[in-house]
Ligand binder design. Sequence first.
Ligand code: MTE
Ligand code: MO
Length: 251
Amino acid sequence: MNDKEVILISSKKFRKRSVIAFILFVIFLAGTVFAWKWIHKQPDMAGVPQPLRKVLNTNENIFSNFLTDKHLAETYPRSAAAKRVRVNGDIGLKSTLDTMAWKLKLVRSPGDTLLIGLADIKALPKTELVFNFKCIEGWSQITDWAGVRFSDFVKKYHLNQETHMNYAGLSTPDDKYYVGIDMASMMHPQTLLCYEMNGKPLPLNQGYPLRLIIPVKYGIKHIKRIGTIYFSNIRPPDYWYERGYDYYSGL
Ligand SMILES: Nc1nc2c(c(=O)[nH]1)N[C@H]1C(S)=C(S)[C@@H](COP(=O)(O)O)O[C@H]1N2
Ligand SMILES: [Mo]
């Protein structure tokens, strides 16, 4: 066999392989289009086709069991915190707030609601936290917050029984924004009922008088202007979950 023959044989083989590769590619493409159409024909579950929601639920279980309640978010010196803090999201903040009349509604059980004023909350042990706040839209910012640890608040108001439930639900006074949080994340030592940013009372657009700061979660869970807190064994409704986002939104 001379050199020329070798080249001819291999280029013939090469062409054959190209044809096979092309056929496989067409089959793959058809399969992808079919799978895409099939997924979108399935009924929606909380804003997402059911098969995809199942994948999200599996992810949630992994992350909620192994990460959320165990790791501490990295903290920073106060000097690293942004002076001009980004404002994002005003759902539930558009109605006028009677700042003098505001009280936190703490629903211990249906029909048993405690009204707690801001001064009472400020009288509890204060915890400061400088951490990297992460929004699910892709930005992050090192910011400086202070308030009472939810776990300290629980001690003060004897919520031991309530915190054996699976979730806490929080909503704005007008109920237009609402989140559900698994209890392990609520009781995490860095989760704050927060009333200060950069050492000053929260600005109105950042949740005055009280917001949640929960570094084990993305920004969507850091509800601003808390009106009500309640407890539940089933998942409380969640604004962004209803619009297709992950229920836990853990980091
Ligand atoms: N009441 C209320 N809280 C909210 C939102 C909102 O629209 N309404 N947006 C959330 C989102 S998506 C983010 S990223 C953070 C932003 O907090 P900031 O405005 O203090 O930066 O608030 C969260 N809390
Ligand atoms: Mo966000």
